[in-house]
Design a protein. Structure first.
Length: 117
């Protein structure tokens, strides 16, 4: 039985990832041989692989990742209530909160795009 490849669908939340711009720039500035259509086809094919890797590394199991970040954030807030003068805790909590918000937004966009399919 022949396995059909999954169609590629661009996810908007990828564009908000820190490394997205670097990936796009590197892929678009790569030198390729051939006519313009062949060059475009090769670049898009490579870009698809890079974006799928980004998705697997940063956004796989997004709902469980969001839940884990929420728990981490709540635990850090509990520690901050006990020791609100620790700058390291405050810094860590700010970073976890930022990551949590980005992941929540990505999760929302993911499910929103799923509902349109």
């Amino acid at each position: 039985m022949k396995h059909e490849p999954k169609p590629f669908k661009f996810q908007q939340f990828w564009a908000k990832h820190d490394s997205f711009k670097d990936i796009m720039t590197k892929m678009w500035n790569k030198k390729k041989e051939g006519n313009r259509i062949k060059i475009l086809h090769c670049k898009l094919k490579e870009l698809r692989l890079k974006l799928r890797r980004l998705n697997a590394d940063s956004f796989s199991n997004i709902s469980s990742t969001v839940a884990e970040k929420r728990i981490m954030f709540e635990e850090l807030n509990g520690k901050i209530l006990a020791d609100h003068l620790d700058p390291e805790l405050l810094f860590k909590a700010a970073n976890v909160e930022k990551d949590y918000k980005v992941l929540c937004d990505a999760e929302f966009q993911f499910y929103q795009s799923k509902s349109r399919m």
